[in-house]
Design a protein around this ligand. Structure first.
Ligand SMILES: [Zn+2]
Length: 480
Protein backbone atom coordinates (compact mmCIF):
# COMPACT_ATOMS: atom_id res chain seq x y z
CA UNK A 1 0.00 0.00 0.00
CA UNK A 2 2.73 2.43 1.00
CA UNK A 3 4.79 1.51 -2.04
CA UNK A 4 1.81 1.94 -4.35
CA UNK A 5 1.08 5.36 -2.93
CA UNK A 6 4.65 6.50 -3.32
CA UNK A 7 4.80 5.33 -6.93
CA UNK A 8 1.47 6.96 -7.81
CA UNK A 9 2.47 10.13 -6.04
CA UNK A 10 5.72 10.34 -7.97
CA UNK A 11 3.87 9.68 -11.20
CA UNK A 12 1.15 12.25 -10.70
CA UNK A 13 3.53 14.94 -9.44
CA UNK A 14 6.17 14.13 -12.04
CA UNK A 15 9.86 14.51 -11.44
CA UNK A 16 9.93 18.31 -11.32
CA UNK A 17 8.00 20.53 -8.95
CA UNK A 18 7.31 23.94 -10.45
CA UNK A 19 8.32 25.67 -7.19
CA UNK A 20 11.53 23.74 -6.68
CA UNK A 21 14.31 25.77 -5.04
CA UNK A 22 12.00 28.69 -4.32
CA UNK A 23 11.59 30.05 -0.78
CA UNK A 24 9.28 28.12 1.53
CA UNK A 25 7.75 31.32 2.90
CA UNK A 26 4.71 32.17 0.73
CA UNK A 27 5.26 35.91 0.14
CA UNK A 28 8.88 35.40 -0.87
CA UNK A 29 7.88 32.43 -2.99
CA UNK A 30 5.36 34.59 -4.85
CA UNK A 31 8.06 37.16 -5.65
CA UNK A 32 10.48 34.42 -6.73
CA UNK A 33 7.86 33.03 -9.11
CA UNK A 34 7.40 36.45 -10.71
CA UNK A 35 11.14 37.03 -11.05
CA UNK A 36 11.67 33.57 -12.51
CA UNK A 37 8.89 34.05 -15.04
CA UNK A 38 10.93 36.93 -16.43
CA UNK A 39 14.14 34.92 -16.94
CA UNK A 40 13.01 31.33 -17.43
CA UNK A 41 13.04 31.45 -21.21
CA UNK A 42 16.08 33.63 -21.80
CA UNK A 43 18.70 32.18 -24.17
CA UNK A 44 21.65 30.34 -22.67
CA UNK A 45 25.06 31.98 -22.77
CA UNK A 46 27.65 29.39 -21.75
CA UNK A 47 31.07 31.05 -21.50
CA UNK A 48 32.90 28.22 -19.75
CA UNK A 49 32.38 24.49 -20.22
CA UNK A 50 33.77 21.24 -21.48
CA UNK A 51 31.48 19.99 -24.21
CA UNK A 52 33.24 18.34 -27.14
CA UNK A 53 33.40 20.54 -30.25
CA UNK A 54 33.38 17.35 -32.30
CA UNK A 55 29.71 16.85 -31.37
CA UNK A 56 28.69 20.08 -33.08
CA UNK A 57 31.04 19.49 -36.00
CA UNK A 58 29.88 15.99 -36.91
CA UNK A 59 26.35 16.23 -35.56
CA UNK A 60 26.25 12.46 -35.11
CA UNK A 61 23.75 10.69 -32.85
CA UNK A 62 24.85 10.28 -29.24
CA UNK A 63 25.67 6.75 -28.07
CA UNK A 64 23.51 4.62 -25.80
CA UNK A 65 22.11 5.96 -22.47
CA UNK A 66 25.05 4.69 -20.41
CA UNK A 67 27.64 6.00 -22.87
CA UNK A 68 26.03 9.42 -22.82
CA UNK A 69 24.89 9.84 -19.22
CA UNK A 70 26.98 7.59 -16.97
CA UNK A 71 30.40 6.71 -18.38
CA UNK A 72 31.64 10.30 -19.03
CA UNK A 73 30.22 11.93 -15.88
CA UNK A 74 32.69 12.09 -13.00
CA UNK A 75 29.99 13.42 -10.64
CA UNK A 76 28.19 10.12 -11.13
CA UNK A 77 31.02 7.64 -11.02
CA UNK A 78 32.84 9.25 -8.06
CA UNK A 79 29.71 8.73 -5.93
CA UNK A 80 29.28 5.14 -7.12
CA UNK A 81 32.99 4.49 -6.56
CA UNK A 82 32.74 5.87 -3.01
CA UNK A 83 30.10 3.22 -2.32
CA UNK A 84 32.33 0.38 -3.49
CA UNK A 85 31.37 0.05 -7.14
CA UNK A 86 34.55 -0.38 -9.21
CA UNK A 87 35.02 1.92 -12.18
CA UNK A 88 35.48 -1.15 -14.38
CA UNK A 89 31.86 -2.11 -13.64
CA UNK A 90 30.79 1.28 -15.02
CA UNK A 91 32.62 0.83 -18.29
CA UNK A 92 35.45 3.28 -17.59
CA UNK A 93 38.39 2.33 -19.79
CA UNK A 94 41.61 1.23 -18.06
CA UNK A 95 44.96 2.49 -19.30
CA UNK A 96 46.40 -1.04 -19.32
CA UNK A 97 43.60 -2.29 -21.56
CA UNK A 98 42.33 -4.86 -19.05
CA UNK A 99 38.67 -5.76 -19.56
CA UNK A 100 35.89 -3.52 -18.27
CA UNK A 101 32.10 -3.79 -18.57
CA UNK A 102 31.02 -3.15 -22.15
CA UNK A 103 27.29 -3.89 -22.01
CA UNK A 104 25.61 -0.47 -21.77
CA UNK A 105 22.40 -1.98 -20.43
CA UNK A 106 24.26 -3.57 -17.53
CA UNK A 107 26.04 -0.32 -16.77
CA UNK A 108 22.72 1.52 -16.85
CA UNK A 109 21.08 -1.03 -14.53
CA UNK A 110 23.91 -0.70 -12.03
CA UNK A 111 23.47 3.06 -12.07
CA UNK A 112 19.67 2.83 -11.74
CA UNK A 113 19.89 0.43 -8.79
CA UNK A 114 22.05 2.98 -7.02
CA UNK A 115 20.15 6.15 -7.94
CA UNK A 116 19.17 6.61 -4.28
CA UNK A 117 22.82 7.51 -3.59
CA UNK A 118 22.17 10.81 -5.36
CA UNK A 119 19.26 11.92 -3.18
CA UNK A 120 19.40 15.70 -2.55
CA UNK A 121 22.50 16.13 -4.73
CA UNK A 122 22.57 18.50 -7.70
CA UNK A 123 23.34 15.51 -9.94
CA UNK A 124 19.92 14.11 -9.06
CA UNK A 125 18.22 17.40 -9.95
CA UNK A 126 20.12 17.78 -13.23
CA UNK A 127 19.31 14.24 -14.29
CA UNK A 128 15.65 14.42 -13.30
CA UNK A 129 15.36 17.65 -15.28
CA UNK A 130 16.73 15.93 -18.39
CA UNK A 131 14.63 12.80 -17.84
CA UNK A 132 11.44 14.82 -17.52
CA UNK A 133 11.96 17.55 -20.11
CA UNK A 134 13.80 15.61 -22.82
CA UNK A 135 12.64 12.03 -22.40
CA UNK A 136 9.08 12.52 -21.11
CA UNK A 137 9.75 10.34 -18.08
CA UNK A 138 7.62 10.97 -15.02
CA UNK A 139 8.42 8.07 -12.70
CA UNK A 140 11.53 8.01 -10.58
CA UNK A 141 14.59 6.12 -11.79
CA UNK A 142 15.18 2.97 -9.74
CA UNK A 143 15.93 -0.72 -10.21
CA UNK A 144 12.24 -1.17 -11.06
CA UNK A 145 12.23 1.45 -13.82
CA UNK A 146 15.74 0.86 -15.19
CA UNK A 147 14.55 -0.93 -18.33
CA UNK A 148 11.78 1.57 -19.04
CA UNK A 149 14.36 4.34 -18.80
CA UNK A 150 16.95 2.60 -20.93
CA UNK A 151 14.52 1.82 -23.73
CA UNK A 152 12.96 5.28 -23.73
CA UNK A 153 16.29 7.12 -23.74
CA UNK A 154 17.82 4.82 -26.38
CA UNK A 155 14.73 5.29 -28.53
CA UNK A 156 14.81 9.09 -28.27
CA UNK A 157 18.59 9.35 -28.82
CA UNK A 158 18.11 7.75 -32.25
CA UNK A 159 15.76 10.56 -33.36
CA UNK A 160 17.09 13.45 -35.47
CA UNK A 161 15.75 15.86 -32.82
CA UNK A 162 18.36 14.47 -30.42
CA UNK A 163 21.39 15.22 -32.56
CA UNK A 164 23.79 17.75 -31.02
CA UNK A 165 22.81 20.65 -33.27
CA UNK A 166 19.07 20.11 -32.88
CA UNK A 167 19.51 20.00 -29.11
CA UNK A 168 21.68 23.13 -29.24
CA UNK A 169 18.76 24.95 -30.84
CA UNK A 170 16.19 23.38 -28.52
CA UNK A 171 18.27 24.42 -25.51
CA UNK A 172 18.30 27.98 -26.90
CA UNK A 173 22.07 28.21 -26.64
CA UNK A 174 23.08 31.61 -27.96
CA UNK A 175 26.82 30.83 -27.67
CA UNK A 176 28.90 28.16 -25.96
CA UNK A 177 32.64 28.02 -25.25
CA UNK A 178 34.63 24.79 -25.22
CA UNK A 179 37.99 24.26 -23.49
CA UNK A 180 40.96 23.62 -25.76
CA UNK A 181 44.69 23.00 -25.46
CA UNK A 182 47.16 25.22 -27.34
CA UNK A 183 48.33 21.95 -28.94
CA UNK A 184 44.88 21.38 -30.42
CA UNK A 185 44.52 22.25 -34.10
CA UNK A 186 40.87 23.21 -33.49
CA UNK A 187 39.82 21.17 -36.49
CA UNK A 188 36.29 20.67 -35.13
CA UNK A 189 35.89 24.39 -34.61
CA UNK A 190 36.99 24.97 -38.19
CA UNK A 191 34.61 22.30 -39.42
CA UNK A 192 31.70 23.89 -37.52
CA UNK A 193 32.42 27.23 -39.18
CA UNK A 194 32.87 25.71 -42.61
CA UNK A 195 29.58 23.84 -42.32
CA UNK A 196 27.48 26.98 -42.51
CA UNK A 197 25.49 25.98 -39.41
CA UNK A 198 24.62 29.07 -37.35
CA UNK A 199 25.35 27.73 -33.85
CA UNK A 200 28.06 29.77 -32.09
CA UNK A 201 30.67 27.42 -30.62
CA UNK A 202 33.74 29.28 -29.42
CA UNK A 203 37.18 27.96 -28.56
CA UNK A 204 38.80 28.85 -25.22
CA UNK A 205 42.53 28.88 -24.52
CA UNK A 206 43.50 26.48 -21.72
CA UNK A 207 47.30 26.28 -21.78
CA UNK A 208 47.90 24.10 -18.68
CA UNK A 209 49.62 21.35 -20.71
CA UNK A 210 52.31 23.82 -21.81
CA UNK A 211 52.35 26.11 -18.77
CA UNK A 212 52.41 23.64 -15.89
CA UNK A 213 55.85 21.99 -15.65
CA UNK A 214 54.25 19.19 -13.63
CA UNK A 215 51.65 18.36 -16.28
CA UNK A 216 52.07 14.88 -17.80
CA UNK A 217 54.24 15.11 -20.90
CA UNK A 218 55.10 18.78 -20.32
CA UNK A 219 58.53 18.65 -21.95
CA UNK A 220 57.21 16.97 -25.10
CA UNK A 221 54.35 19.43 -25.12
CA UNK A 222 56.87 22.29 -25.25
CA UNK A 223 58.44 20.73 -28.34
CA UNK A 224 55.06 20.27 -29.97
CA UNK A 225 54.13 23.86 -29.20
CA UNK A 226 57.34 24.86 -30.99
CA UNK A 227 56.46 22.78 -34.05
CA UNK A 228 52.91 24.08 -34.23
CA UNK A 229 53.79 27.73 -33.74
CA UNK A 230 57.11 27.84 -35.58
CA UNK A 231 58.64 29.50 -32.50
CA UNK A 232 61.69 28.49 -30.49
CA UNK A 233 59.80 27.36 -27.40
CA UNK A 234 63.02 26.46 -25.60
CA UNK A 235 63.84 30.16 -25.18
CA UNK A 236 61.60 32.25 -22.96
CA UNK A 237 60.94 34.92 -25.60
CA UNK A 238 60.12 32.30 -28.22
CA UNK A 239 57.88 30.51 -25.76
CA UNK A 240 55.91 33.68 -25.04
CA UNK A 241 55.68 34.38 -28.78
CA UNK A 242 54.25 30.89 -29.29
CA UNK A 243 51.53 31.69 -26.77
CA UNK A 244 50.75 34.97 -28.54
CA UNK A 245 50.44 33.18 -31.86
CA UNK A 246 48.24 30.39 -30.52
CA UNK A 247 46.03 32.88 -28.72
CA UNK A 248 45.60 34.82 -31.97
CA UNK A 249 44.69 31.57 -33.75
CA UNK A 250 42.19 30.68 -31.04
CA UNK A 251 40.73 34.17 -31.28
CA UNK A 252 40.24 33.66 -35.01
CA UNK A 253 38.04 30.69 -34.05
CA UNK A 254 35.94 32.67 -31.65
CA UNK A 255 37.90 32.46 -28.40
CA UNK A 256 37.15 35.25 -25.95
CA UNK A 257 38.87 33.79 -22.90
CA UNK A 258 41.79 31.89 -21.51
CA UNK A 259 41.52 29.59 -18.53
CA UNK A 260 44.12 28.40 -16.04
CA UNK A 261 43.68 25.41 -13.74
CA UNK A 262 46.49 25.79 -11.22
CA UNK A 263 46.92 24.20 -7.79
CA UNK A 264 46.94 27.68 -6.25
CA UNK A 265 46.11 31.26 -7.26
CA UNK A 266 49.76 32.19 -6.85
CA UNK A 267 51.03 34.86 -9.21
CA UNK A 268 54.55 36.24 -9.61
CA UNK A 269 56.22 39.15 -11.34
CA UNK A 270 59.93 38.39 -11.63
CA UNK A 271 62.58 40.55 -13.28
CA UNK A 272 63.84 39.64 -16.77
CA UNK A 273 66.95 37.76 -15.63
CA UNK A 274 65.12 35.75 -13.02
CA UNK A 275 62.37 34.84 -15.49
CA UNK A 276 64.88 33.56 -18.06
CA UNK A 277 66.85 31.61 -15.46
CA UNK A 278 63.68 30.03 -14.14
CA UNK A 279 62.54 29.10 -17.64
CA UNK A 280 65.90 27.47 -18.39
CA UNK A 281 65.52 25.26 -15.34
CA UNK A 282 61.99 24.35 -16.39
CA UNK A 283 63.18 23.40 -19.88
CA UNK A 284 66.08 21.36 -18.54
CA UNK A 285 63.76 19.57 -16.11
CA UNK A 286 65.97 20.47 -13.14
CA UNK A 287 63.27 22.41 -11.27
CA UNK A 288 61.95 21.89 -7.76
CA UNK A 289 58.24 21.75 -6.89
CA UNK A 290 58.58 25.32 -5.59
CA UNK A 291 60.08 26.46 -8.90
CA UNK A 292 57.30 24.77 -10.86
CA UNK A 293 54.78 26.67 -8.74
CA UNK A 294 56.67 29.93 -9.20
CA UNK A 295 56.71 29.40 -12.96
CA UNK A 296 52.95 28.82 -13.09
CA UNK A 297 52.54 32.01 -11.06
CA UNK A 298 54.80 33.96 -13.41
CA UNK A 299 52.83 32.68 -16.38
CA UNK A 300 49.55 33.98 -14.96
CA UNK A 301 51.08 37.44 -14.95
CA UNK A 302 52.44 36.95 -18.49
CA UNK A 303 48.97 35.83 -19.60
CA UNK A 304 47.42 38.92 -18.00
CA UNK A 305 49.86 41.05 -20.02
CA UNK A 306 48.80 39.24 -23.20
CA UNK A 307 45.13 39.67 -22.28
CA UNK A 308 45.64 43.39 -22.07
CA UNK A 309 46.87 43.27 -25.67
CA UNK A 310 44.48 40.79 -27.25
CA UNK A 311 41.39 41.19 -25.07
CA UNK A 312 40.97 37.58 -23.95
CA UNK A 313 39.30 37.38 -20.54
CA UNK A 314 41.53 35.56 -18.07
CA UNK A 315 39.96 32.90 -15.84
CA UNK A 316 41.75 31.38 -12.87
CA UNK A 317 40.40 28.05 -11.58
CA UNK A 318 42.70 27.27 -8.66
CA UNK A 319 42.69 25.10 -5.60
CA UNK A 320 42.06 21.57 -6.81
CA UNK A 321 44.39 18.78 -5.80
CA UNK A 322 44.19 16.87 -9.05
CA UNK A 323 44.41 13.07 -9.09
CA UNK A 324 44.46 12.78 -5.30
CA UNK A 325 44.12 8.98 -5.54
CA UNK A 326 47.37 7.66 -7.10
CA UNK A 327 46.11 4.10 -7.62
CA UNK A 328 43.14 5.39 -9.58
CA UNK A 329 45.31 7.82 -11.52
CA UNK A 330 47.66 5.01 -12.54
CA UNK A 331 44.86 2.70 -13.61
CA UNK A 332 42.52 5.19 -15.31
CA UNK A 333 44.27 8.55 -15.84
CA UNK A 334 43.07 12.11 -15.20
CA UNK A 335 39.58 13.40 -14.42
CA UNK A 336 38.37 10.30 -12.62
CA UNK A 337 36.50 12.06 -9.85
CA UNK A 338 39.53 12.04 -7.55
CA UNK A 339 40.15 15.80 -7.54
CA UNK A 340 39.79 17.31 -4.07
CA UNK A 341 39.48 20.99 -3.05
CA UNK A 342 42.23 22.64 -1.01
CA UNK A 343 42.39 25.73 1.20
CA UNK A 344 43.25 28.72 -0.97
CA UNK A 345 44.79 32.11 -0.35
CA UNK A 346 44.07 35.01 -2.70
CA UNK A 347 45.15 38.16 -0.85
CA UNK A 348 48.83 37.25 -1.00
CA UNK A 349 48.66 35.04 -4.05
CA UNK A 350 47.17 37.59 -6.44
CA UNK A 351 49.18 40.56 -5.20
CA UNK A 352 52.04 40.43 -7.75
CA UNK A 353 49.55 40.34 -10.63
CA UNK A 354 47.37 43.02 -9.06
CA UNK A 355 50.36 45.27 -8.33
CA UNK A 356 51.03 45.30 -12.04
CA UNK A 357 47.54 45.13 -13.57
CA UNK A 358 44.99 45.56 -10.78
CA UNK A 359 43.94 49.06 -11.87
CA UNK A 360 43.45 48.20 -15.54
CA UNK A 361 39.86 48.79 -16.58
CA UNK A 362 40.32 46.99 -19.88
CA UNK A 363 41.45 43.74 -18.31
CA UNK A 364 39.05 41.15 -16.92
CA UNK A 365 40.44 38.55 -14.54
CA UNK A 366 37.75 36.17 -13.32
CA UNK A 367 38.66 34.30 -10.17
CA UNK A 368 37.00 31.09 -9.01
CA UNK A 369 37.41 29.22 -5.77
CA UNK A 370 36.99 25.79 -4.26
CA UNK A 371 37.47 27.32 -0.81
CA UNK A 372 34.23 28.96 0.24
CA UNK A 373 35.85 30.49 3.34
CA UNK A 374 37.73 32.85 1.03
CA UNK A 375 34.56 34.47 -0.37
CA UNK A 376 33.74 36.95 2.37
CA UNK A 377 37.25 37.23 3.79
CA UNK A 378 39.24 37.67 0.57
CA UNK A 379 37.50 37.40 -2.78
CA UNK A 380 34.53 39.73 -2.30
CA UNK A 381 36.74 42.49 -0.81
CA UNK A 382 39.27 42.08 -3.64
CA UNK A 383 36.66 42.09 -6.41
CA UNK A 384 34.82 44.91 -4.64
CA UNK A 385 37.91 47.06 -5.06
CA UNK A 386 40.16 46.15 -8.02
CA UNK A 387 38.72 47.18 -11.40
CA UNK A 388 40.26 44.21 -13.22
CA UNK A 389 38.85 41.53 -10.88
CA UNK A 390 35.51 39.72 -11.10
CA UNK A 391 34.18 36.74 -9.17
CA UNK A 392 33.33 33.58 -11.06
CA UNK A 393 30.17 31.75 -10.00
CA UNK A 394 30.02 28.92 -7.47
CA UNK A 395 32.13 26.21 -9.02
CA UNK A 396 32.31 22.41 -9.20
CA UNK A 397 31.56 21.03 -5.71
CA UNK A 398 29.57 24.21 -5.02
CA UNK A 399 27.75 24.31 -8.35
CA UNK A 400 24.67 23.34 -6.38
CA UNK A 401 21.63 25.14 -4.96
CA UNK A 402 23.18 25.57 -1.52
CA UNK A 403 26.59 26.44 -2.97
CA UNK A 404 25.06 29.14 -5.19
CA UNK A 405 23.04 30.55 -2.30
CA UNK A 406 26.13 30.66 -0.07
CA UNK A 407 28.06 32.39 -2.89
CA UNK A 408 25.48 35.20 -3.03
CA UNK A 409 25.21 35.42 0.75
CA UNK A 410 28.97 35.66 1.22
CA UNK A 411 29.77 38.06 -1.61
CA UNK A 412 26.84 40.38 -2.38
CA UNK A 413 27.14 42.76 0.55
CA UNK A 414 30.77 43.54 -0.30
CA UNK A 415 31.13 43.00 -4.05
CA UNK A 416 27.54 43.59 -5.15
CA UNK A 417 26.04 41.73 -8.12
CA UNK A 418 28.04 43.59 -10.75
CA UNK A 419 31.45 42.28 -9.78
CA UNK A 420 30.13 38.78 -10.55
CA UNK A 421 29.84 37.35 -14.03
CA UNK A 422 26.61 35.37 -14.30
CA UNK A 423 26.50 31.61 -14.51
CA UNK A 424 28.92 29.01 -15.93
CA UNK A 425 27.54 25.53 -16.51
CA UNK A 426 31.13 24.21 -16.67
CA UNK A 427 29.95 20.86 -17.93
CA UNK A 428 30.78 18.05 -20.31
CA UNK A 429 27.32 16.56 -19.66
CA UNK A 430 25.51 18.11 -22.63
CA UNK A 431 21.99 17.13 -21.61
CA UNK A 432 22.42 18.81 -18.22
CA UNK A 433 23.02 22.29 -19.64
CA UNK A 434 19.39 23.50 -19.48
CA UNK A 435 18.99 21.97 -16.00
CA UNK A 436 22.06 23.75 -14.69
CA UNK A 437 21.09 27.16 -16.04
CA UNK A 438 17.56 26.67 -14.75
CA UNK A 439 18.92 25.81 -11.31
CA UNK A 440 21.07 28.96 -11.24
CA UNK A 441 18.15 31.13 -12.38
CA UNK A 442 15.87 29.70 -9.69
CA UNK A 443 18.43 30.07 -6.91
CA UNK A 444 19.20 33.66 -7.89
CA UNK A 445 15.49 34.49 -8.08
CA UNK A 446 15.00 32.97 -4.62
CA UNK A 447 17.90 35.02 -3.27
CA UNK A 448 16.53 38.21 -4.85
CA UNK A 449 13.01 37.50 -3.60
CA UNK A 450 14.33 37.35 -0.03
CA UNK A 451 15.88 40.80 -0.54
CA UNK A 452 12.59 42.13 -1.88
CA UNK A 453 10.38 40.87 0.96
CA UNK A 454 12.85 42.17 3.53
CA UNK A 455 12.81 45.56 1.79
CA UNK A 456 16.44 45.68 0.80
CA UNK A 457 15.66 45.79 -2.90
CA UNK A 458 12.65 46.97 -4.89
CA UNK A 459 10.97 44.38 -7.04
CA UNK A 460 11.57 46.29 -10.27
CA UNK A 461 15.30 46.30 -9.47
CA UNK A 462 15.18 42.61 -8.64
CA UNK A 463 13.71 41.90 -12.09
CA UNK A 464 16.59 43.79 -13.67
CA UNK A 465 19.21 41.97 -11.58
CA UNK A 466 17.64 38.58 -12.31
CA UNK A 467 17.95 39.31 -16.03
CA UNK A 468 21.54 40.49 -15.62
CA UNK A 469 22.55 37.37 -13.67
CA UNK A 470 20.82 34.99 -16.06
CA UNK A 471 22.03 36.55 -19.29
CA UNK A 472 23.62 39.97 -19.65
CA UNK A 473 26.60 39.67 -17.30
CA UNK A 474 27.92 36.46 -18.86
CA UNK A 475 27.52 37.85 -22.36
CA UNK A 476 29.20 41.15 -21.57
CA UNK A 477 31.93 40.07 -19.18
CA UNK A 478 33.05 37.27 -21.43
CA UNK A 479 32.64 39.49 -24.51
CA UNK A 480 30.44 36.89 -26.17
ZN1 LIG B 1 35.83 24.03 -16.15
Amino acid sequence: MTVARVVTGAASRGLLHEDRLFPAEPSARAVARRLYAGVRDLPIVSPHGHTDPRWYAEDAAFPDPAGLLVVPDHYIFRMLYSQGIPLEALGIRRKDGKPVETDPRKIWRRFAENYHLFRATPTRMWLDHAFATLFDLDVRLSAATAELYYDRIADYLAKPAFRPRALFERFKIEAIATTDSPLDDLRWHKMIRASGWGGRVLAAYRPDPVVDPEFEGFRNNLDRLGEISGCDTLSFDGYLDAHRKRRAYFKSLGATSSDHGHPSARTADLGQTNKRNLFDKIVRGTFTAEEADLFRGQMLTEMAAMSLDDGLVLQIHPGSWRNHNPALHTAFGRDMGADIPMRSDYVHALKPLLDRFGNERNLSVIVFTLDETSYSRELAPLAGHYPCLKLGPAWWFYDSPDGMRRFRELTTETAGFYNTVGFNDDTRAYLSIPARHDMARRVDCAFLAERVVTHRLDEDEAHEVAHDLAYRLAKETYRM
